[in-house]
Design a protein around this ligand. Structure first.
Ligand code: SF4
Ligand code: SF4
Length: 121
């Protein structure tokens, strides 16, 4: 009898879980989501690739003019990240010298899938 009572009570209530993806859960301030790159900010210094503990960042050829401390220089490379090798430690973001950061952990948490070779460019 008590089971039936509980069942009818629950039928009258709103869902206890969040209706993802229609409703997204609030993201805490220090959340570490998937890695992202602002290529327009990248000066090609390679610091991110040097500090990455899983070596999931590859510097690939990409030449263009960038401004560093008021001086124009030619950037030779840019980073690409193997998404599923990234452990979201945040070291690349910490060492990236640009403001805003050219490489950073975003608020994006969805994106699971069967393709293990996703590269963030
Ligand atoms: S968050 Fe860590 S593991 Fe991921 S790309 Fe940056 S340094 Fe590498
Ligand atoms: S993302 Fe930042 S640390 Fe990495 S190469 Fe570009 S400017 Fe340097």
């Amino acid at each position: 009898m008590s089971v039936l009572k509980e069942m009818f009570e629950n039928l009258a209530k709103k869902p206890a879980t969040t209706l993802y993806p229609k409703e997204k859960v609030p993201i805490p301030p220090a959340f570490r989501g998937r890695i992202a790159i602002r290529d327009e900010k990248c000066i090609g210094c390679s610091k991110c690739a040097v500090v990455c503990p899983t070596q999931c960042i590859t510097m690939v050829a990409s030449e263009r003019e960038v401004e560093v401390k008021g001086r124009k220089i030619t950037r030779k490379k840019k980073p690409e990240v193997e998404l599923f090798m990234c452990i979201r430690c945040g070291l690349c973001e910490e060492y990236c010298p640009t403001d805003p950061k050219a490489i950073y952990l975003s608020n994006e948490f969805s994106g699971a899938g069967p393709d293990k070779s996703v590269v963030v460019k």
